[in-house]
Design a protein. Structure first.
Length: 186
């Protein structure tokens, strides 16, 4: 696959301004590259991280994936695979409830994804053309769960998962799900 060499050197994702190299880089089966960079927000800024994604293409730029990317992907899959998508969402609600924040930088930097291989294997059949791969969705969801746990009282990410489940269960409108995916929405 071809990537913009300004952002990917074949091993690590790069950030241009300020110039940084990801402390962790993951490659998805569809070729998407996800990198973790030092963040500065939340209840424990030294452990915070920023996720950036780079999609294949010589002119593509690395940028933080918006929550709506994975939310819309799952919404698109609901019509054909409602039971499977509900299982994935419930799996991550349960993961969110039991996961704990990173305790220090070393733990964060050496973290190995816990859910992705299971989800990517069990739900490979729900892959759809021209949408993010299921391992991309699982990676983003797992990492955002861990990151939100760094800030006591944070709820946005958790609420998105509940809104998705409520939509699948017929308890809310899809607009409610999209609104829950917007920063600052309460």
């Amino acid at each position: 696959m071809i990537y913009n060499p300004k952002y990917y050197d074949g091993t690590h994702l790069k950030q241009l301004s300020p110039r940084l190299t990801a402390f962790k880089t993951y490659r998805m089966k569809d070729g998407t590259i996800i990198g973790l960079f030092q963040g500065s927000r939340g209840g424990n800024p030294q452990i915070d991280f920023v996720l950036k994604a780079l999609f294949p293409g010589a002119d593509k730029k690395a940028s933080p994936p918006k929550h709506t990317f994975w939310v819309v992907d799952l919404l698109l899959k609901i019509r054909e695979y409602p039971t499977d998508v509900r299982e994935i969402v419930q799996y991550y609600i349960d993961f969110y409830e039991r996961c704990s924040p990173f305790l220090n930088v070393q733990e964060r930097d050496s973290y190995e994804l816990q859910t992705v291989s299971y989800i990517a294997s069990k739900y490979a059949h729900i892959e759809q053309a021209n949408t993010p791969s299921i391992d991309y969705v699982a990676t983003v969801v797992e990492l955002f769960c861990k990151n939100e746990k760094l800030t006591p009282g944070a709820y946005m990410y958790r609420n998105m998962l509940f809104a998705l489940r409520d939509y699948i269960d017929g308890k809310c409108h899809y607009i409610d799900v999209l609104q829950a995916a917007q920063p600052g929405y309460k």
